[in-house]
Each structure stands twice: as C-alpha cells, then as structure tokens.
Design a protein around this ligand. Sequence first.
Ligand code: SF4
Length: 266
Amino acid sequence: MEALIFDVKRFAVHDGPGLRTTIFFKGCPLSCLWCHNPESQSFNIEVCKAERKVGDRTTFYDKEMGYFSSVESLMDIIRKDSLYFEESGGGVTFSGGEPMMQIDFLLAVLMKCKEADIHTAVDTSGFASWDSFQKIMPYTDLFLFDIKHIDSEKHRLLTGVDNSVILDNLSKITNFGKKVWIRIPAIPTCNTDDNSISNIIHFIAQLKSDAISQINILPFHKLANHKYSNLGLQNCLTGINEPTSDEIQAIKQKFEILRIPILTKG
Ligand code: SF4
C-alpha cells in the first residue's frame, strides 16, 4: 500500500505537543482561498518552478511535487526520531492536504505507530466521512481540527465546500472524548469580523469542553505567495494584509471567555 506524500518535516514544534515529525499528505477536497500549502491540494504529482540560488545568481528548474511512499518507508523516517519524541513528549502528526482522504494508508501507519508506542496526531479539515473518523479514532491520540467559518454559505465561498459535515464530525469526536486542539485560521476580510468570531466561540462553547485542550489561532501570512506563481495558480488574497499582532491579541482576548488555553502562532 502506498500514499501520495508531498513533504516530511522533522522537529516541528507547532503541530501538536513536543517535537514532532509532520507528514504532509497530498490531495485535499477543499480549496481555501488562503491555503499556505497550495501544492497540497491536487491529488496528482505536479511539476512546479523552483528557485536555486548560487551566489548572486538565481536559476529556475522544474521540481516534482509529491511522491509515493509505502507504510514501511514512512515508518523508517518516523522511527528515526523516537528518542526526541520520548524526551520532548512529542510524536508524529499526519497533515496535508487532507490525510483523511487516504484513509486506508493513514489507518495502517497509525496502527504501526501505536505498536511502536509513538504519540499520534491527525491534522484535519474535518471534511471526511464519519466512518473514516471511526476507523482511525482508536489509534489517534489527538486531533488538530480546523474551524474556518460557521456560516455554511460563507464557508463554501471561502473553501469550496459546505461545513455541515465538518461541524458534525467535530461534535461527534468531542462527544467520544477524543482530545482535540481546535485551529482557527484568522483571515482578515474572511472570518475575523466580530460576528464570525462570536459564532465560532458560540459553537465551541456548546461542545463537550473537557475534550478540547487547546485553541490555536493561526494568523494569515503571505509566506506562500511565491508557491502560487510557481504552480501557475491564481492567488485570490494578494490584496489582503496580514493581521497585526494587536489584531490577533484582540481575537485571542475574545476566545478567553471559553477558559481553554489559547496559543497564537506567528
Ligand atoms: S484544508 Fe488546509 S490544505 Fe486543504 S485547501 Fe484548506 S488550507 Fe489548504
């Protein structure tokens, strides 16, 4: 069995507790306007322009994005950092793209991690069948679960899909008592107005609170702009500014009413 992967990041510190190896699966059913990994969206191997700097000279070459990996070759990479996981309370995080879209492979590698006593996290948009979530739940220690917007029509405009299955899955996961970190991308003009934030807070407030151990606010950034041009994709948010640290602090303060630890990234 193989999965289409587009990157592996070792020693990641933002994708769950401790030091982590993050595996990025390629392919996502969403197309968020702000996606900072646009190379993760296609379910196929793509060719993009990549830069190579030699001294003052910059040259471009064609780079393949994505490769197929077996469970065993991925486990070889994951096991390399077992010692760091043990010492830091870390583990492995499956991200993307949407890892739930390659569910049989994800299940197989999660089971191997459990056999090896490695902490596992799945970073998901939540847009997958409940059946898929049920399959992986026994082998997943933590879900990093996005809430992008509560209004379903706005969600569809911003991400390409309706949010009903996403919010439903999040409610069910928390009812099962699974540990969840909720991640909220803070995207000016899309979801940072008072009404959008207040709706997200109300939604979280009615979830089973002891399952949610952290809220992450992820500020919009422009670091991925070059990826859009390298892939020949249209970047719809070029005219939008990154939120200031004061704006992020103001959003954070609103979430404090939930009495759940909040971490802002960036
Ligand atoms: S869910 Fe994540 S990977 Fe998929 S399009 Fe949105 S931001 Fe990109």
